[in-house]
Design a protein around this ligand. Structure first.
Ligand SMILES: [Zn+2]
Ligand SMILES: [Zn+2]
Length: 377
């Protein structure tokens, strides 16, 4: 199924012709739950991995806090299956059966943190023919992304005093290959015995790539232009309702509606959030790196709906109504959120990065095989 992002609510280049040269294309991936094959682009799907090539393992140090036991991928799939089964039952019959409660209790008790190398998890596989904003090395037509499902320190744009506050994130590895050179495909890749959080296991999703145009966030513009865009953005949002997304955020309207697309995407501009923008330089050659892939927690902000594709509008409205009903009192909401109602429609991959942020991967434009950088944004 195709996904179509509606036009932006304002023509920002008509207001600021200086932005025209900063336009970049990005390919929104629009992951949606499905059953991808190794011959398809996917998030969390099976990789076209050569049977003759060792599966990547992480040799790093892994620890989990005692209060948050690790869990196994198989248990996460069981838990998600039980929740989905409960959701599919008629209203009023959604509580768990005693058998389901027993599985929840057992899986909830967790697993010990694995000692020794940990098999990495497939996170995404993208065929270049479908994702035009990937810039592959010559002869490669397939990008494979894996991560170690335990927190590792991430590359920071500066010496980060909030290290412990923001936490860390899974360590990502990228592999470029030629699909025709793969030969026999590995059918049962090793699985990690445990993962740090349920949120680090991507739900298998098919993707529906769509190219859109982006402009840099206001904070990335030069100071004069930034001031003009901020003032314009503040004026445009004066009609906004109190409590809406841009009420009180000077550049919110520009940033959230007009500049950078939310969700999983290749290329485009970076989704800076809690840190100021900082250029990233290649460790191998010193080139300025460019945003390559955004691994997102959410496909859209809860309070900004203009990026929701036309094809998902009805479902999003329906889901918003259900969520609003569940939200009326905190007890119901907690139960609905944790167990019963349904997964948040904005998080089809069921991944959470940090506290709901993105893992932004940067690549070297001069040599795609130079080491990438990853930031929590
Ligand atoms: Zn690791
Ligand atoms: Zn480089």
């Amino acid at each position: 199924m195709t996904r179509t992002t509606p036009p932006r609510p304002d023509d920002i280049v008509a207001a600021f012709p200086q932005l025209a040269p900063l336009a970049r294309t990005a390919t929104r991936l629009h992951p949606r739950p499905g059953s991808p094959s190794p011959r398809e682009s996917s998030v969390g799907g099976p990789l076209l991995w050569p049977a003759a090539e060792p599966w990547p393992h992480c040799e790093g140090t892994h620890r989990v806090p005692a209060v948050l036991p690790a869990t196994s991928p198989a248990d996460v799939r069981l838990l998600r299956g039980i929740r989905a089964a409960a959701r599919a039952r008629p209203p009023g019959a959604r509580s768990y059966t005693p058998q389901e409660h027993a599985v929840l209790a057992r899986a909830g008790a967790g697993r010990p943190c694995p000692q020794g190398p940990v098999a990495m998890l497939a996170v995404a596989q993208l065929y270049v023919r479908e994702v035009p904003d990937l810039r592959p090395p010559e002869s490669a037509d397939l990008l494979q992304v894996l991560w170690c499902p335990f927190d590792h320190p991430f590359d920071r744009p500066f010496d980060d005093p909030f290290d412990r506050l923001w936490g860390n994130m899974p360590r990502t590895e990228l592999f470029w290959r030629s699909a025709t050179a793969v030969g026999e495909v590995l059918t049962a890749p090793p699985q990690p015995p445990a993962i740090q959080y349920e949120d680090y296991l991507p739900q298998p999703c098919l993707v529906s790539p769509e190219q859109v145009t982006e402009y840099p966030l206001a904070a990335e513009l030069d100071p004069d232009l930034r001031a003009q865009v901020r003032a314009w953005s503040a004026r445009r949002k004066t009609g906004a309702e109190p409590g809406s997304a841009y009420d009180g955020a000077e550049d919110g309207y520009y940033n959230w509606e007009l500049s950078v697309a939310p969700g999983w995407k290749a290329g485009g501009w970076a989704p800076w959030s809690f840190t100021d923008p900082a250029p990233q330089y290649c460790r191998a050659c010193g080139c300025r790196m460019a945003p390559m892939l955004t691994i997102a927690t959410k496909e859209h902000r809860a309070d900004v709906h203009s990026w929701i594709p036309y094809e998902d509008r009805d479902a999003a409205n329906r889901d918003a109504t259900t969520w609003a009903a569940a939200n009326r009192d905190a007890t119901t909401w907690a139960a609905a959120n944790r167990d019963a109602a349904h997964p948040d429609p904005a998080t089809p991959t069921m991944i959470t990065i940090g506290d709901g942020y993105n893992q932004q991967i940067y690549a070297c434009p001069a040599a795609p095989d130079h080491p990438h950088a990853a930031l929590l944004q």
